[in-house]
Design a protein around this ligand. Structure first.
Ligand code: CDM
Ligand code: ATP
Length: 311
């Protein structure tokens, strides 16, 4: 590998994700829930460029609302860079420039993609060359969705969602994303689910003791068949997200009335992901949602995980 010059910029790109299946099991002692997830990486990418600096800093641009993203050391990209520096005993700093295209606090893993791209980019800039397994271990320390942002494609996540195994997928799925102009906090949505379960004596939303991904989902992904997948999309966090933000029900209805095979809240929301039969239906749906003054973005999946880009 060529040695990056002192003035070098290293560019890495990482994708957002949709949870095509998400079952939430028991609340564990560490505050996390046991989950079973089918992840699909989709073609909304975070572009991260890093260059040598004495300290750690971040700057932001992008196509999404940036107001809710911190630029202080709590930014997950800075946390990722610091973690890598600590682990490898690298003594310098880095400036991280992030072009954000994944909705913020939207349930699509935008911050996780920033963390994944930053790990890969700094590892190249600093020539620390960590083995992939070690990068994945650092990713796991940063957040449950971060390892998947590194691997990308289609994968099953268990445990906290960070124990990954690849899943076979054929073809390309077409999605239209209805992006809300507000965010939802992931822990708040999980807590709302716990409250739901307590309130309803666990009979309406019982916590599965050993959550697993439905075999029909794996079959639909393997077949590359959107009609089959539409039958089995599932998200246990959808009900609590709708409870916290009832307006999402109208968004779901609007998409389904305008040709979507089905709509689902992505992860902890509030982005609603509509699965379309093909590109033409996706374009029609995007027009219909835009006419209703919703921000509608098209994406396809699966796509690759975090990787370096040659500019
Ligand atoms: C909703 C999903 O995006 C689906 O992929 C993930 O489960 C959340 O992943 P994430 O945002 O990377 O989550 P983290 O940053 O690790 O955790 C944020 C908080 O979400 C809750 N959390 C997260 C993952 C999990 N399996 N159980 C949880 O209860 C916990 O309260 C945790 O403190
Ligand atoms: N680089 C970052 N990009 C976005 N948010 C960040 C970042 N660093 C820290 N944050 C904080 O994390 C919160 C969640 O951001 P993010 O966009 O990753 O949410 P999300 O997509 O809902 O996450 P997930 O789907 O992984 O649960 C934001 O509200 C913000 O306060």
């Amino acid at each position: 590998m060529t040695v990056p010059a002192a003035s070098a910029v290293v560019h890495a790109r990482a994708p957002g994700k949709i949870n095509v299946f998400l079952k939430v099991g028991a609340l564990l002692d560490d505050g996390y829930h046991d989950v079973a997830i089918a992840y699909q990486a989709v073609s909304l990418f975070e572009e991260v460029r890093v260059r040598h600096a004495d300290d750690f800093s971040v700057s932001l641009t992008g196509s999404v609302e940036l107001g809710r993203v911190p630029t202080d050391p709590s930014n997950i990209a800075i946390r990722a860079a610091r973690l890598l520096a600590r682990t490898t005993r690298y003594l310098g700093g880095v400036h991280i420039d992030i072009e954000k295209n994944v909705p913020v606090a939207g349930g699509m893993g935008g911050g996780s993609a920033d963390a994944a791209a930053t790990l890969i980019a700094c590892d190249a800039l600093w020539r620390t060359d960590l083995p992939r397994e070690q990068l994945l271990a650092l990713a796991r320390q940063l957040g449950a969705d971060v390892p998947f942002a590194i691997t990308g494609g289609t994968a099953i996540g268990t445990g906290r969602g960070d124990e990954l195994s690849p899943a076979l997928a054929k073809g390309q799925f077409h999605w239209v994303l209805a992006v809300a102009d507000f965010g939802l906090s992931t822990p708040t949505v999980y807590t709302e689910l716990d409250r739901h379960r307590e309130r309803h004596a666990r009979d309406i939303y019982p916590a599965d003791p050993t959550p697993t991904v439905d075999a029909h989902v794996l079959q639909a992904l393997r077949a590359g068949d959107p009609h089959m997948l539409a039958e089995c999309l599932h998200n246990d966090l959808q009900a609590p997200a709708l409870h916290l933000e009832p307006s999402l029900a109208e968004t779901l209805e609007l998409g389904e009335a305008n040709g979507a095979l089905v709509g689902i809240v992505s992860g902890s929301g509030p982005t609603v992901a509509f699965l379309a039969a093909d590109l033409d239906s996706a374009l029609d749906l995007q027009v219909a949602l835009s006419a209703a003054r919703l921000k509608a973005v098209r994406a396809t999946g699966p796509v690759h995980g975090a990787r370096l880009v040659t500019d």
